[in-house]
Design a protein around this ligand. Structure first.
Ligand SMILES: [Zn+2]
Length: 150
């Protein structure tokens, strides 16, 4: 299988299109299924009662899909900030692999930047659980009243 993908650009493009269809199907599903009504459970929150860095991401994506940027920001501000970069990376990496069969993207990204982002995500996951202002604003929906009034 690996040899097939190494040799055949058509096979790589087919995989990329399949992944795109899968992502589009997931987005379509999310568009029609509000996570407030159909919650996507978080194992960390279920087990510990604490918010992980991803808590609120489903509701934020739902809001983004409906063009409600401020609502999305209220559910998971860090994810809303990072998602354009994540999408750009996934698109660049996927297109590079489909066209060249190689990986010319990862080497251009600074390891220090990735470590800094990882540390930021970990700190974010901790501080959004502190039940005092301004940290409680980072909890899922913590800013809802503020952004609704804006
Ligand atoms: Zn979570």
């Amino acid at each position: 299988m690996r040899e097939l993908f190494k040799k055949s650009r058509a096979a790589r493009v087919a995989v990329l299109l399949g992944a795109g269809l899968l992502a589009g199907g997931g987005a379509a599903y999310l568009y029609f299924h509000d996570p407030v009504v159909y919650p996507i459970p978080c194992a960390i929150h279920l087990l510990t009662g604490l918010y992980c860095p991803g808590c609120g991401a489903g509701r934020a994506c739902f809001a983004l899909l409906h063009g409600e940027f401020r609502e999305a920001f209220s559910y998971n501000p860090l994810m809303v900030i990072l998602i354009p970069f994540i999408c750009l990376y996934v698109a660049a990496r996927g297109l590079d692999w489909a066209v060249t069969g190689g990986n010319h993207v990862d080497g251009k990204i600074s390891v220090k930047l990735l470590v800094a982002i990882l540390i930021l995500i970990l700190i974010y996951g901790i501080v959004r659980n502190i039940p005092a202002l301004p940290f409680s604003l980072l909890a899922p929906g913590g800013m809802r009243e503020i952004v609704k009034g804006a």
